[in-house]
Design a protein around this ligand. Structure first.
Ligand SMILES: Nc1ncnc2c1ncn2[C@@H]1O[C@H](COP(=O)(O)OP(=O)(O)OP(=O)(O)O)[C@@H](O)[C@H]1O
Ligand SMILES: [Mg+2]
Length: 189
């Protein structure tokens, strides 16, 4: 009971944040929409996001990390929403294929967060459009998975605003990997 109540509370918080996201979308047309950055412990935030998805027992959500306690400077609400959008895509376009894996890696002074699915992938000709507002890849004339086409538009804005790099690598028929590269925040002693 406690577990499900906690999940409900988390989903409630997430919905509030989604509303915030919509309200801020118009602001985001501006290059410098407001950010409230603070130190974020990445593994804790990723676990929190994945836990909200784990309510669906049909899909396994894995988290692979070599280290804990790695930090970045980020706006917690925007970053959480962005991560949620990417994992949500992996879940819904993966059409139930497990697992969805989040990998946390460090390369020099940078940290990479990669979200990997084993879904149908995205054809190369569509990749450069997926960050456009309202762009959705149609399968025939029908969208069998629902969405607004806003998720990656938002994710890209959030990454740009933080100065992070985002890359989507996809192999049709095999899966998709969305990778965000961000500078590690190292606390001065
Ligand atoms: N992991 C993925 N696998 C396959 N296709 C994807 C994946 N992620 C995104 N796409 C494609 O890119 C399009 C744009 O994704 P985006 O998240 O911006 O919009 P959406 O998921 O359709 O709607 P929203 O996120 O606003 O609910 C999707 O409609 C889908 O066609
Ligand atoms: Mg989406």
């Amino acid at each position: 009971m406690k577990k499900y109540c906690d999940l409900l509370a988390m989903q409630n918080e997430h919905l509030n944040n989604q509303v915030e996201r919509i309200l801020q979308t118009s602001q985001m047309e501006k290059r410098f929409f407001p950010l409230e950055t603070k130190i974020i412990i990445l593994d804790l935030l990723i676990e929190k996001v994945l836990d909200t998805f784990r309510i669906d027992p049909a899909i396994e959500f894995l988290f692979e990390k070599k280290e804990t306690g790695m930090c970045v400077l980020a706006d917690e609400i925007h970053f959480t929403n962005a991560l949620y959008s990417i994992v949500d895509n992996a879940r819904k376009y993966g059409l139930g294929k497990s697992p969805v894996t989040v990998k946390l890696e460090k390369t020099g002074k940078h940290i990479k967060v990669r979200v990997i699915d084993k879904g149908p992938g995205i054809e190369k000709k569509h990749i450069r459009h997926i960050y456009h507002k309202f762009y959705r890849v149609a399968t025939g004339d029908i969208h069998n998975v629902k969405g607004f086409g806003l998720g990656l538009f938002y994710v890209k804005k959030v990454c740009d605003r933080h100065g992070w790099k985002i890359n989507v690598n996809s192999v049709p028929g095999e899966g998709t990997e969305v990778e965000i590269t961000m500078p590690e925040y190292v606390q001065e002693r």
